[in-house]
Design a protein around this ligand. Sequence first.
Ligand SMILES: C[S@@+](CC[C@H](N)C(=O)[O-])C[C@H]1O[C@@H](n2cnc3c(N)ncnc32)[C@H](O)[C@@H]1O
Length: 198
Amino acid sequence: MNKQLSLVKIAQLSIAEVLCDNESAIDATAGNGYDTLFLANHVSGDGHVFAFDVQQEALDSTHSLLGKHNRLQKVSLFKCGHELIQEMVPGNKKTKITTVMYNLGYFPGSDKSIITQPDSTLLSLQSAINLLAKGGRITVVAYTGHPGGYEETEIITNWCRELPKKHFSVNTITTDKHPRNRIDSTPKLIIIDKLEML
Ligand SMILES: C[S@@+](CC[C@H](N)C(=O)[O-])C[C@H]1O[C@@H](n2cnc3c(N)ncnc32)[C@H](O)[C@@H]1O
C-alpha cells in the first residue's frame, strides 16, 4: 500500500504546526474548499479564515463544504483575486495573520483555462509576506504539469531565492508520488517561514 503523504497533506500538517489560538489564516485559492475547511477546523478563539477565489463555482463548492461541517461562521469568502488580500482582510485581523495557503493551478473538474497566473500570484505573495506576523508560515503547492504551471513554479522559486535570509526561511519539498520521468512535471511544496518583521 502506498502510504506516502500528498504535498497538500504535508502543507496542512506544516500549517497546523504554527497556527495558534486567536490567530487567523488565509486560503488564497479556495477551490473546492478542502484547505479552507482544514483552516476553519484549526482556528480557535478570535481566529478567522479569509478565503479567496476568482470563480463563483469554487466559492459555491467551498460554501457548501463549510456548511456541511458547520464552519461557515469561521470563514469569510471573497470572490476576487488573491492579489487583493491586503485590501480585503479587515484591519483588526491583519496583525494576527499567521498562515497563508496557496494551492495553485485550476479548479479541478472545471474550466482549465482559468488558472493562477505568475504576475498576480507574485503580487499576492508579496502582500502575504507583508501581512504575515513574525513566526508565520506560507505554504505554496505548485504544479508543473499543466500549461503555464512550470513557468509559474519557476518564477515563484526565483522570487523565493531573493527573499532576505535574515527575515525568511524557505524550504522546498517534492515527491515522486506520480513519477512521470520528467523533472518538469513534479509538483512542489514551498514553505516560507517569517523569522523577523521586515
Ligand atoms: C488547485 S485549485 C485550489 C484547491 C483548493 N485549495 C482546495 O482545497 O480544493 C486552484 C484555485 O485557484 C483559483 N484561482 C485562480 N486564479 C486565482 C486568483 N488570482 N486568486 C484566487 N484564486 C485563484 C482557481 O479558480 C481554482 O479554484
